[in-house]
Design a protein around this ligand. Structure first.
Ligand code: PLP
Length: 425
């Protein structure tokens, strides 16, 4: 059991004036709601981070936390990793970004594609959102079709098409024309997928899948669903996009490599930037040639900071350090952590989902966890010195060893038991 859970306890009703809510000259908080990202929101003003080192983060109240948020899974090597810091600093000291190509882009492209042996080329962007947006455009441009299939509850960033995956709750402000072109298939409902495609096979440009969708409670997509998607895509000339913005970390060839499925396009981001802003679309040469500017009529793709030297250099260092043995080591630490938490929370009606270095505790059997439960678990974890994502997705990083992973498991199990006890009262 974790011992240091009560020290420097942070409560959700912070007594001091929260810096996020500082008023501007017109009486509004300086940031909408007090937040720079809506995805930070945990139901109450949270402390803010002031420093990170390795697998630890310190907040403005001096509280030390195990960082299992890792900026939403992107810090695969934790905070301020010396080799990544050195690579980024070296690149930065030669100029933050330039308006002609740089060699770091080639280096990261080479390292990334060597992990994706079935794919030929890559284009970099600044976020996973941009990568998915570009992949969908490439699919539409190459097929001349418009409809896209997503799985219900899948999250692919905040482009308009991607938001449609989340359903009506996420599409206020998205034109009807956009949502009408998106078919939402229930997770793992292979028959629904088949019928949707076979009823209009010439309408679909792309199927986009996240194999371990966090917004759907980190439920795995079944092998049968993935195989069927691959077969139907091939038969009807639809582009299969696998979104590995989070899941690339789970295998030496990403999670699609673990499934043994070859996408036509693969989107990624997060880990491949070493902690800096990044996104990427990798794909078959024939599809990627859609954005080849030497071809007449190619699709537009840009981004002032796409492929910038700092993200590319940091990302290259990150991929080099994330060797096959490190992938395996982190995955087995995650497997052990899940097993130990599961043993302690099953009796109170909770379960731990995930794969390898990703884990998430949820009330057993739920696909969509309500916001209040998520917030309560986040604060109970925080109070015990464990920092997760607001949805309580925890990710491991390479500075962690078995002692840290055991501590994460203890703190998480304690937090779940506290939430469950509160529910029973
Ligand atoms: C599967 C998936 N796709 C796309 C995105 C969007 O990436 P970004 O936040 O870098 O825009 C995310 C973000 O978490 C994601 O999990």
């Amino acid at each position: 059991m974790s011992t240091n859970t009560q020290t420097n306890r942070v409560t959700s009703s912070a007594a001091t004036v929260d810096p996020h809510l500082r008023r501007g000259p017109r009486g509004f908080p300086l940031l909408p709601g007090g937040y720079g990202r809506s995805t930070y929101y945990t139901g109450a003003p949270s402390p803010y981070a002031v420093r990170g080192q390795g697998c630890r983060v310190w907040d403005d109240r001096g509280r030390e936390l195990i960082d299992a948020n890792n900026n939403f899974t992107s810090l695969i090597h934790g905070n301020a990793h010396p080799e990544i810091t050195e690579a980024a600093t070296k690149a930065l000291s030669s100029g933050a970004s330039w308006g002609i190509p740089n060699l770091y882009e080639w280096e990261l492209a080479d390292l990334l594609l060597s992990r994706l042996p079935d794919l030929d080329q890559v284009r970099f962007a600044n976020s996973g959102t941009e990568a998915v947006m570009s992949a969908i455009r490439i699919a539409r441009g190459s097929t001349g079709r418009e409809r896209v299939i997503v799985t219900k509850g899948g999250y692919h960033g905040t482009s308009e098409v991607a938001l449609a995956a989340g359903g009506a709750a996420n599409t206020r402000g998205v034109p009807r024309g956009v949502t009408d072109d998106v078919t939402r298939v229930p997770l793992n409902d292979t028959e629904f997928l088949r019928q949707a495609i076979e009823s209009a096979p010439d309408a679909y440009a792309a199927i986009i899948l996240d194999l371990l969708p966090n917004r759907a409670g980190l439920l795995r997509i079944s092998e049968d669903f993935v195989t069927t998607a691959r077969e139907l895509a091939t038969r009807y000339g639809i582009v299969l996009i696998i979104d590995e913005v989070i899941s690339l970390r789970l295998g030496p060839h990403g999670l699609s490599g673990e499934y043994g499925v070859s996408p036509d396009l693969l989107t990624t981001g997060k880990t491949i930037g070493g902690g800096f802003a990044v996104g990427a679309v990798a794909g078959l040469g024939e599809l990627m040639s859609e954005v080849d500017p030497t071809r007449p009529g190619s699709l537009p793709h840009g981004g002032t900071f796409s492929g910038n030297p700092v993200s590319m250099a940091a990302g290259a260092a990150a991929l080099r350090i994330y060797s096959e043995s490190e992938v395996k080591r982190l995955n087995s630490l995650g497997d052990a952590a899940r097993e130990s938490v599961q043993a302690r929370v099953a009796d109170v009606g909770w379960e731990v989902r995930g794969q390898g270095s990703l884990l998430r505790a949820v009330p057993a059997g739920t696909e969509k966890v309500d916001a209040e439960t998520q917030h309560r678990l986040w604060w109970e974890s925080y109070d015990r010195g464990l920092l997760g994502s607001p949805a309580n997705l925890l990710s491991l990083s390479t500075p962690m060893d078995k002692t840290v992973a055991d501590e994460i498991a203890d703190r998480l199990a304690d937090a779940v038991l506290a939430v469950a006890a509160g529910e029973r009262n």
